[in-house]
Design a protein around this ligand. Structure first.
Ligand code: COI
Length: 356
C-alpha cells in the first residue's frame, strides 16, 4: 500500500552547514516526519512538518520506563546527483523485531521506508556531496501516553529526523584506540542487546566515558556471563582477522544484527575470504596478537562505516594492531561499501534503493 503524506513547508529555512567541517549528528534539516498511534485508529496522520521541538506531557511513559526504539540509516548523493538509500528494508525488518520486543505496536509494512523516502525527497538539498559525508536518517518511536503505571502505553509517536553528517569518529579512517571493558556489561542473552533501543546505549555511557577519560575512542564489550568473549565495539559490530580468517561474534541474542555487519560478511564471502561467526575469547585474541597472527581489527556500523582499530588495551596488556595502520581488508571493505553506497561501484547485490 502506498501512503501519501501531506507536507507543510517551513517558512524559515536554516542555513546549510559547511560540508568541509561536518561532524556527526549535531545539525538537523528543515523538516521532520511525524505519525501518531492510538488504540482507536492505530498508526495514522503521517505528515511532514517543519523541524521543531515536540510537546510531550511530563508523565509520558517514554520518560519513565524508556519505551523507545530507533533505527539509523543514511542517504547518499551520487556524482550524477542521484539520491540513494542502502538496504532500507533491513532497517524496517529490524525495527519490527525491536517494536515486538518492547511492546510497541509495529508500523504497517513498508511505511518506515516510505516515510524515509518522502522526507529525504523533501530535504534533497541537505544531502552533502563531499567525500565521506551523507545524510544520516534517524527514525524512532516513543511512548507518549501520560501514565505512570508500568505497562505498554496506549499512545505513541513515530518520528523521522535527518542530520547531514561527516565521520562518526573524529579519527575518520585513522585507526582508533579501544579499551576492553571488563567491569560493566552491555547485554545478556534474553535481554535486549539484539534490538535497537535507547536503553542499550544509556547502559553503555558509563563505560564509554571511562574509556574517553583514559584516552580511548570506544570500548570493546565482553559477554555478560563469563566476561571473556568479545562482542561489539561501542555502538558497532566488531571483526578480527586472525590467520587470514575473519571472525565476528555470532548472533546469539546479545549482539545487534548490524546491516553493515551483514554486508561486510557478504562482501568478504564474495571475495573468497573465510568468515566465521564464532565466539572468540579475549585470551585467545591476546594470544593471537602475541604470536603475530592478529592482522586487523575493525568496527562496522551505519554511522561508523568501517572503522579500523589500531590499539586494544586489556587491563595492563596492550595490543598494537598492524602498526596502527589501516589493514588491507578494512580498506578494501571501506572502498567497496562506500563505492556501492555512493554509486561508484555496481550494486551487484541489489542493496540500493534510489529516491526518484
Ligand atoms: C548507527 O550506526 O546507525 C547507530 O545507530 C550507532 C549510533 C550512532 C547510535
Amino acid at each position: 500500500m502506498r501512503h501519501e503524506f501531506p507536507v507543510t513547508k517551513t517558512t524559515m529555512p536554516k542555513d546549510k552547514p559547511d560540508t568541509d567541517t561536518l561532524a556527526f549528528g549535531n545539525r538537523f534539516t528543515d523538516h521532520m516526519f511525524l505519525m501518531d498511534y492510538n488504540q482507536e485508529r492505530g498508526w495514522h496522520n503521517g505528515r511532514i512538518v517543519p523541524y521543531a521541538p515536540i510537546c510531550l506531557d511530563p508523565a509520558a511513559s517514554v520518560f519513565h520506563y524508556a519505551q523507545e526504539m530507533f533505527e539509523g540509516l543514511k542517504a547518499y548523493k551520487t556524482s550524477s546527483g542521484n539520491v540513494q538509500l542502502f538496504r532500507p528494508e533491513k532497517n524496517e525488518e529490524r525495527a519490527k523485531r525491536t517494536c515486538e520486543r518492547i511492546c510497541i505496536p509495529t508500523l504497517p509494512d513498508g511505511l518506515m521506508v516510505e516515510a524515509v523516502k518522502a522526507l529525504v525527497d523533501v530535504e534533497r538539498d541537505w544531502i552533502p556531496d563531499k567525500p565521506n559525508t551523507s545524510l544520516y536518517i534517524r527514525p524512532f518511536i516513543i511512548a507518549t501516553e501520560p501514565f505512570l503505571g508500568v505497562r505498554d502505553a496506549y499512545n505513541y509517536m513515530f518520528i523521522v529526523i535527518l542530520s547531514p553528517v561527516g565521520p562518526y569518529y573524529k579519527e575518520g579512517l585513522l585507526p582508533t584506540r579501544i579499551y576492553v571493558e571488563d567491569e560493566y556489561v552491555r547485554s545478556v542473552k534474553g535481554g535486549t542487546g539484539e534490538v535497537k533501543i535507547g536503553g542499550n546505549y544509556a547502559v553503555g555511557l558509563r563505560s564509554e566515558k571511562k574509556a574517553h577519560e583514559k584516552g580511548y575512542a570506544q570500548v570493546l564489550w565482553l559477554d555478560g556471563i563469563e566476561r571473556r568473549f568479545v562482542e561489539e565495539i561501542g555502538t558497532s559490530n566488531a571483526f578480527f582477522v586472525i590467520d587470514g580468517e575473519v571472525v565476528t561474534a555470532p548472533l546469539t541474542g546479545t549482539i545487534l544484527p548490524g546491516i553493515t555487519r551483514d554486508s561486510v560478511m557478504t562482501l568478504l564471502r564474495s571475495w573468497g575470504v573465510n568468515v566465521s561467526e564464532r565466539r572468540l575469547s579475549i585470551e585467545d585474541l591476546y594470544e593471537a596478537h602475541r604470536e603475530g597472527r592478529l592482522s586487523e581489527v575493525f568496527a562496522s556500523g551505519t554511522a561508523a562505516v568501517i572503522s579500523p582499530v589500531g590499539e586494544l588495551c586489556w587491563g595492563d596488556k596492550q595490543m598494537i594492531i598492524n602498526e596502527k595502520r589501516i589493514g588491507t581488508l578494512s580498506q578494501k571493505l571501506y572502498d567497496e561499501l562506500t563505492g556501492i553506497q555512493y554509486g561508484r561501484i555496481e550494486d551487484r547485490f541489489g542493496w540500493i534503493t534510489e529516491i526518484e
